[in-house]
Design a protein around this ligand. Structure first.
Ligand code: HDE
Length: 731
């Protein structure tokens, strides 16, 4: 049994400390809170009398070697770090469960999918890819979406991303891709950015990355919240039924609260205002009982479908549009508990793509095959040895029995005399293999000559990139072009910029000209393409964020910038409208002590204006008295609050006195439909109603694609079930 210890805080109050239970059968933790009677000890359990002073020869003399408490404390501190993950170093995890809503016993024998309503414990770690552990959350980057489901037949790790395709087709190129995106080796910068010469050099020489580039330059790469993004297994996997018959499967996680991203200028500012924006958001949601939720969907298909599909289903740079192959919703993932200790759980969690229970199997996707080597290998380096499954967060929660033994930090070894198999010890001989219930592989017959070659069927690099681009709403297309211009403007070599534009010409002329124009570049010739771009693929609404946003303002956050003397009735009306909607809010005030409303009510502030810029909120309200507005109108952060909310197309609720601030920000003649006046009782409700659209996109100037059907007008786009209409202003 682990002991929980308490230590005295600076104010003398007891602070609880939690220890993980290393010997536990399933990773339980023991926590004892506020037990001031407990005595501080060394790791060996020896009570400590003085934790403030080292033992020394005389009050001003040298320290003594025999001070074992000091030496142990410093030794442990010196070893507190383990290597950060080589990619996905910055991450944030939470516990929850996976629940089956539509059993899949028709296609898989995987135990986790058999019984409707059954809940299975899960742990999820979200991450960015390029930045190191201490980097900021709103980097333009792919987000990791790694899920560990502790099934009754072993751990299933679905180690996915928030983007359904990847940069490369063969795992052997992964180190090159990551070297190119990470800080350049001589100078050690830039941190957590793809906007630099080496990255675009590699990309412009790697045409297979073009589809993924569309996604990472789109708003998908700057999500508003980890709660508002999709997840994908990326590769084609296999389900195996009881008779080992195979069905191909692609996995999708769909956020219950819809998708939402920020705009780039906002991302840049959030990184300064709150580098922990995403983790704070997840922490706040889970700890206040607003449990984030995703639906698990599967795309199921057979060999016949694979044979007639336009692209190779083993190629991880391609997706199967939902309009061609609908996503069947089979379960839900709910995150309802934060970790007890970040290091013990989020840092030590070890995902391995090869962890699949019976009934789930791999395809020959060359990236997946490579990953199946890499993940186990990396955990041994990171966690220091082969016994990382003894760490509670990694241990299965089902019974397990094997003869693996010894090694660094072994917490569990087989008991008894037998540690080998086969053996003659009968019932005392330990676990035996079981051909009936044990995991079996698909009887793959697809073998060939030993070659180092890329299949011809992987050679089309541009068609789905084009399909992604034409599926975006005009605002999204503009963001994508702007992102490319931004990133390529950070590239020091003009030849690399031009090479990238030559690829864009194979994707879409409008995109290529917008980017060439933004870079001030003469239009180059199109890049030589291994296959001509198919211009017949229709737009797919499922690929757009704006067409898959939420229907309510639930889970979103309003920043209420209030001053003394603001209307008390409007304030309380606003709070109840937000609460009714399931939205949250923070009060931002000139001073952190808060404000006094018109009826004398005191309202606490969560942020002083300098620390609560509008980029942290989904919509803002300016709740001001005339006197209050006069006081703040020349204050820089107050003006930035308003200017940024306007520039980022946010809905702005305002009391009449806020006009003073609008004038000070030169916005007096720019009041549009995104400004919601707050005067009477009904107005707070009207503000929340408008804010459901999340942004007033009509405010944003556009560069329009000329000759393509607008998103939603294509044949496939119309076919999509449950499609939501584009949000206001997205046309
Ligand atoms: Fe990873 N990847 N990866 N990756 N990956 C790692 O494993 C690797 C790829 C993904 O929260 C590493 O434990 C190779 C695709 C996530 O702990 C490492 C290749 C996808 C996470 C590794 C890929 C991913 C990782 C580093 C090309 C989406 C974070 C630390 C063949 C489907 C998991 C670690 C967490 C982490 C290797 C490509 C997702 C080095 C060789 C494609 C979400 O093993």
């Amino acid at each position: 049994m682990a002991k929980a210890k308490a230590r005295a805080g600076a104010d003398g109050a007891a602070i609880s400390t939690t220890y993980n239970e290393p010997q536990g059968s399933g990773g339980e933790t023991h926590q004892t809170t506020n037990r001031p009677e407990e005595t501080l000890t060394t790791q060996q359990g020896i009570p400590v009398a003085d934790d403030q002073n080292t033992l020394r020869a005389g009050a001003r003399g040298p320290a003594l070697m025999e001070d074992f408490h000091f030496r142990e404390k410093i030794f442990h501190f010196d070893h507190e770090r383990i290597p950060e993950r080589v990619v996905h170093a910055r991450g944030y995890g939470a516990h929850g469960y996976f629940q089956v809503t539509d059993p899949l016993s028709d296609v898989t024998r995987a135990d986790v999918f058999q019984r409707k309503g059954e809940k299975t414990p899960a742990f999820v770690r979200f991450s960015t890819v390029a930045g190191s552990k201490g980097s900021f959350d709103l980097a333009r980057d792919v987000r990791g979406f790694a899920v560990k489901i502790y099934t009754q037949e072993g751990n299933w790790d679905l180690v996915g991303n928030n983007i359904p395709v990847f940069f490369i087709q063969d795992a052997i190129k992964f180190p090159d891709l990551i070297h190119a995106v990470k800080p350049e080796p001589d100078r050690g910068f830039p941190q957590a950015q793809s906007a630099h010469t080496n990255f675009w050099d590699f990309i412009s020489l790697t045409p297979e990355s073009m589809h993924m580039i569309m996604w990472v330059m789109s708003d998908r790469a700057i999500p508003r919240s980890l709660r508002f993004m999709e997840g994908f297994g990326v590769h084609t996997f296999r389900f195996l039924d009881k008779k080992d018959r195979s069905t191909f499967v692609k996995f999708h996680w769909k956020p219950k609260l819809g998708m939402q991203s920020v705009v780039w200028n906002e991302a840049v500012k959030i990184n300064g205002a709150d580098p922990d924006y995403h983790r704070r958001d997840l922490w706040d949601a889970v700890t206040t009982g607003n449990f984030p939720e995703w639906e698990l969907g599967v795309q199921l298909f057979d060999q016949k479908f694979a044979d007639k599909f336009d692209f190779d289903i083993l190629d991880p740079t391609k997706l199967i549009p939902e309009e061609i192959l609908p996503v069947r919703i089979v379960g839900r993932l709910v995150l309802d508990r934060m970790v007890d200790n970040f290091f013990a759980e989020t840092e030590q969690v070890a995902f391995c793509t090869q962890n699949v229970p019976p009934g789930i199997d791999f395809s020959n996707d060359p990236l997946l095959q490579g990953r199946n080597f890499s993940y186990l290998d990396t955990q041994i380096k990171r966690l220091g040895g082969p016994n990382f499954t003894h760490i509670p967060i990694n241990a299965p929660k089902c019974p397990f029995a094997h003869f693996q033994q010894d090694g660094h930090m072994a917490m569990r070894n087989p008991v008894g005399r037998v540690n080998y198999e086969p053996n003659s010890w009968g019932a005392d001989g330990g676990p035996r293999e079981n051909p009936q219930t044990g995991t079996r592989s698909f009887a793959e017959t697809d073998m060939g000559q030993k070659v180092r070659a890329r299949s011809e069927t992987f050679a089309d690099h541009y068609s789905q990139a084009r399909q992604f681009f034409i599926s975006q709403a005009p605002n999204e297309q503009k963001h994508l072009a702007d992102a490319l211009i931004f990133e390529l403007s950070k590239v020091e070599r003009p030849d690399i910029r031009a090479r990238m534009v030559s690829h864009l010409l194979n994707i879409h002329d409008d995109l290529a000209s917008a980017v060439a124009d933004g870079l001030g570049l003469a239009m180059p010739k199109p890049a030589k393409a291994a296959r001509p771009t198919l211009t017949t693929l229709p737009p797919s609404d499922a690929l757009s964020i704006l067409k898959n946003g939420p229907e309510s303002f639930k889970g979103r956050k309003v920043g209420i910038f209030a001053t003394d003397g603001a209307d008390a009735a409007l304030y309380s009306g606003l709070i109840s409208a937000l609460q009714k909607e399931g939205a949250t809010f923070e009060v931002i005030a000139p001073r952190i002590s808060g404000v006094t409303l018109s009826d004398g009510t005191k309202v606490e502030a969560q942020q002083k204006i300098d620390g609560g810029p509008s980029v942290l909120y989904d919509a803002v309200v300016l709740l001001m008295s005339e006197e209050g507005a006069e006081t703040v109108k020349s204050h820089g952060p107050a003006r930035d609050f308003v200017c940024d909310a306007y520039a980022h197309c946010k809905f702005i609720g305002f009391t009449p006195a806020a006009g003073i601030l609008f004038d000070a920000c030169a916005l007096g003649d720019k009041i549009d439909g995104g400004f919601i006046p707050l005067k009477g009782k009904q107005d707070p409700g009207a503000f929340v109603g408008a804010a459901r659209a999340l942004r007033f996109w009509a405010r944003e100037p556009l560069t329009k694609a000329k000759d393509d059907p607008q998103p939603g007008e294509g044949k496939q786009g119309k076919a999509k079930q449950g499609k939501r209409p584009p949000k206001s202003g997205s046309k």
